[in-house]
Design a protein around this ligand. Structure first.
Ligand SMILES: Cc1cc2nc3c(=O)[nH]c(=O)nc-3n(C[C@H](O)[C@H](O)[C@H](O)COP(=O)(O)OP(=O)(O)OC[C@H]3O[C@@H](n4cnc5c(N)ncnc54)[C@H](O)[C@@H]3O)c2cc1C
Length: 437
């Protein structure tokens, strides 16, 4: 394993990859990632990525984001998000990302709480399309090395300055890399929940390490529950039925086949209405109906969802689909400024791990891929500037590896640290919680 570099980025989702691509080429970058590079929530994103359609859309986009976020958003961050959106999309298109077209223009779709159609998509596999193209670009760069199947288990620190990372590899060997800057791009916390749309290995590791090292956290109780995942009695990741399906007209029905909520209200409102309805009906799910759509239309617009439901025995053009809410997104996290800086020197955080208040208390649909890209680019540019002037910090003290030897104990300890932080605030996650404490 490499012992020393300029920048270590932890995580190979959209935020980590786009950050790596935007750091100047003359710096050496190592991207470490827990599983295969493709194993990220970014890869799973279905619905799309929001964009400011034109200047006339600014006020409504701003208001939609604030309204969904229950007006708890940081308005400066929201402004940056929206104003930077078109240039990020242009950059993605330049890299070969293929958004669906409609008569020579982008095909814009809509999801809950958006007042106009402003979401770009690639069928129903937008995240895969974007992340694959980012990975392709990263693999062409000689200054970036991706190291898969390596887990960050701690950071190196001296005098509240981050000087590197402590890692565990597939064979359980522990090592360190010292670096002039470290970027946390480790995604959300879904792996801690019994029912979540997230990949199981995404367990908020950076949050636990932040607690250990007194790195500031914020809004830890802001956790988004997605209203519609495919109901299943089995264990494992909950399969998401994208909000874009409701955006295209699908409706929610109770056990008697009656509508009970406006399907395009913000996610927290729809999730609460479903919970309420399930209680009334004495069921573990409600139904989603796409019966107004033809098989051809569903297969063309939502091929991935159609195939997955078929595997589970549901023909969407003729069957009602049982759906239930599940943990989906983490709005809180490691506190950062608008350039990804955390409260520790030389330590940055980007994407879902981080929080600059852009989403407020509840994320507007399809704002997260955009947020991951907009703010990771800003962090990359600042890292480039910082490195110009920075001398290498003194090495951290020799690490005592024995503290990490028992993987199971360490994992449990880290999960508890995250749950403790979450539990300090009030949050509705009844029925979704994996941790017994
Ligand atoms: C099913 C689903 C559908 C979604 N649909 C949409 C959508 O349509 N539009 C939208 O905007 N957003 C959507 N989202 C949300 C969005 O995909 C994520 O918020 C966003 O992609 C997060 O990107 P990220 O780079 O921050 O993290 P991720 O993409 O989750 O990447 C995290 C990375 O960190 C690595 N990692 C974690 N811990 C460690 C560790 N300790 N050591 C080393 N590596 C580690 C992981 O292996 C992974 O590579 C969806 C999410 C899900 C789950």
């Amino acid at each position: 394993m490499i012992k020393e570099t300029d920048v270590v980025i932890v995580g190979s989702g959209a935020a980590g990859l786009y950050c790596a691509l935007n750091i100047p080429d003359h710096y050496r970058i190592i991207v470490i990632t827990k599983k295969q590079p493709e194993d990220s929530d970014s890869f799973l994103a279905q619905g799309g990525i929001s964009v400011l359609r034109d200047n006339d859309d600014y006020d409504t986009y701003f208001e939609d984001t604030l309204k969904a976020g229950r007006y708890k958003n940081n308005k400066d961050s929201v402004e940056i998000l929206i104003r930077s959106s078109r240039s990020v999309i242009e950059d993605l298109v330049r890299m070969g990302v293929n958004f669906d077209q409609d008569g020579g223009d982008f095909s814009y779709t809509r999801e809950g709480a958006h007042s106009v159609n402003r979401i770009l998509h690639h069928k129903d596999v937008t995240g895969k399309e974007i992340t694959e193209k980012l990975l392709e670009q990263v693999r062409h760069k000689s200054n970036i090395t991706i190291v898969p199947f390596v887990t960050m288990i701690d950071i190196l620190e001296r005098d509240h300055t981050c000087t590197g990372v402590v890692l565990r590899d597939k064979e359980n060997a522990i090592s360190t890399i010292s670096a002039r800057a470290v970027v946390w791009a480790t995604g959300g916390i879904g792996g801690l929940f019994e029912h979540s749309t997230n990949m199981n290995h995404i367990t908020g590791d950076a949050i636990a390490i932040a607690v250990k090292h007194n790195v500031k956290l914020i809004d830890m109780n802001y956790i988004q529950i997605h209203p519609t995942t495919l109901f299943s009695k089995g264990k494992g990741r909950s399969f998401l039925i994208s909000e874009a399906v409701r955006g295209e007209g699908a409706i929610l029905l109770n056990k008697d086949g009656q509508r009970f909520v406006d399907e395009l209200l913000p996610r927290d409102v729809v999730s609460a209405a479903i919970h309420e309805q399930m209680k009334k009906d004495g069921t573990d799910y409600v139904y989603l109906s796409m019966l107004h759509m033809t098989k051809e239309k569903i297969r063309k617009r939502f091929p991935n969802i159609y195939e997955k439901c078929l595997e589970e025995g549901f023909h969407l053009e003729r069957d009602l689909l049982p759906v239930t809410p599940a943990q989906h997104y983490f709005m809180g996290g490691v506190q950062i400024n608008e350039d990804g800086k955390t409260s520790m020197k030389n330590l940055f955080a980007v994407g879902e791990t981080s929080c600059n208040g852009v989403h407020g208390a509840n994320r507007l649909a399809s704002n997260s891929l955009l947020e991951a890209l907009v703010f990771s680019k800003r962090a990359a540019l600042v890292i480039g500037e910082d490195l110009k002037n920075a001398t290498r910090e003194n090495e951290a003290e020799i690490v005592d590896y024995t503290q990490y030897e028992n993987t199971e104990v360490l994992e449990k300890e880290y999960h508890l640290l995250v749950w403790n932080e979450i539990s300090k605030g009030s949050v509705e996650y009844a029925g979704l919680c994996k941790h017994e404490g």
